[in-house]
Design a protein around this ligand. Structure first.
Ligand SMILES: O=P(O)(O)O[C@H]1O[C@H](CO)[C@@H](O)[C@H]1O
Length: 329
């Protein structure tokens, strides 16, 4: 379906009600709509992608997700076409302070991009597949690279508040408990039933980011490390943080992992970084170390210019490597 509007969302539901879906060789009859099931079928996601593509001539190659307090990264985008989430059919809405709920198409460093000012978290009541559904929309829009940013608590004792951790790897703790954005019937049009995660975070882009950090003179504020996502919304206990540290976690948050799993499933190249907005308390006597979201957003806002510049410069390097992909408006 093309040319749908916000008021057409009932059409999407009616359409998916009548569709049987062929998945992985098995015929799965959708007796409920994909959305009622809290999973989004390929067709519904394609409808969302078409809704966006029908309203702009911009064809993004890079998808960006702005973390808590990091919205202004997307304010650097030029020649924009802005979509409020509430106007996009079947799109969830942002409910968290620091996440405005807007999809912005435009250009960074002459590269066509789309950026989410506001992501979806499990603790908002959205299942993981719904939290990461926009990544599949990006894929169907034509995006090749996912650049995810987040605010996170620093567990590694070397990290200071305001530092940036390039995500080298993650530990999918929610996956340990059997919760995955890929749960349910697999649609091979997105990717395989059992996707590998060995090189989830692109090593070449990490190398580029490290060089960029040197060029910016912030090499002492940049680290590489392992991120984990917990369900939230409560922050962690001291015992939990001590356990995570033992497991090799460097930074803790409540996002990104399911987005990256979804992105790798559909073969997007992934780059991600965490802004360390607070130091995790691994002792009971440090009341000043208690995390709070106000501080997270404040630190995010105070560092978003640096985060934005890092991201732009990495994109500039990508543009140099594939000049035919850069577009002059
Ligand atoms: O990961 P982002 O969205 O940056 O936000 C982080 O900050 C919030 C907690 O303060 C949580 O939502 C956590 O995930």
């Amino acid at each position: 379906m093309t040319g749908s509007s916000a008021s057409d969302s009932s059409c999407l539901i009616a359409k998916s009600k009548t569709n049987g879906t062929e998945m992985n060789g098995n015929t799965t009859r959708n007796t409920y709509t994909a959305i009622e099931n809290n999973t989004y079928s390929y067709e519904v996601i394609k409808d969302i992608a078409d809704y966006l593509l029908d309203r702009t001539t911009i064809r993004p190659l890079i998808g960006i997700i702005c973390g808590s307090g990091l919205n202004s990264i997307a304010d650097m985008i030029t020649d924009t076409k802005v979509f409020e989430y509430e106007d996009i059919p079947n799109f969830p809405v942002s409910t968290v302070e620091g996440h405005v709920g807007r999809m912005i198409f435009g250009y960074l460093e002459n590269m066509p991009v789309m950026a989410m000012q506001g992501r979806f978290h499990y603790y908002e009541g959205y299942p993981l597949a719904k939290c990461s559904m926009p990544v599949r929309v990006m894929k169907l829009v034509g995006v090749r690279y996912l650049m995810a940013t987040n605010a996170a608590g620093g567990l590694n004792s070397k990290f200071k508040v305001g530092d940036i951790m390039l995500v080298r790897d993650h530990i999918n703790i929610m996956g340990f408990a059997g919760n995955s954005p890929l749960q349910g019937p697999n649609d091979p049009r997105f990717g395989p039933r059992f996707p590998p995660m060995t090189n989830a975070y692109n090593a070449h882009l990490i190398k580029i980011a490290k060089q960029v950090a040197k060029d910016m003179g912030i090499e002492n504020e940049i680290h590489e490390g392992v991120y984990t996502c917990l369900g939230g919304p409560n922050y962690e206990t001291v015992a939990e943080l001590r356990m995570l540290r033992t497991m090799g976690v460097d930074a803790v948050g409540m996002s990104t992992v399911h987005e990256v799993i979804t992105a790798r499933h559909c073969d997007l190249t992934v780059f991600a970084f965490s802004l360390i907005t607070n130091k995790c308390a691994t002792g009971y006597d440090s009341s000043e170390d208690e995390a709070n979201h106000e501080e997270v957003v404040t630190v995010g806002r105070s560092r978003q210019a640096v985060c934005g510049e890092l991201l732009c410069r990495v994109i500039r390097e990508i543009a140099k490597e594939c000049p035919n992909k850069a577009q002059v408006k």
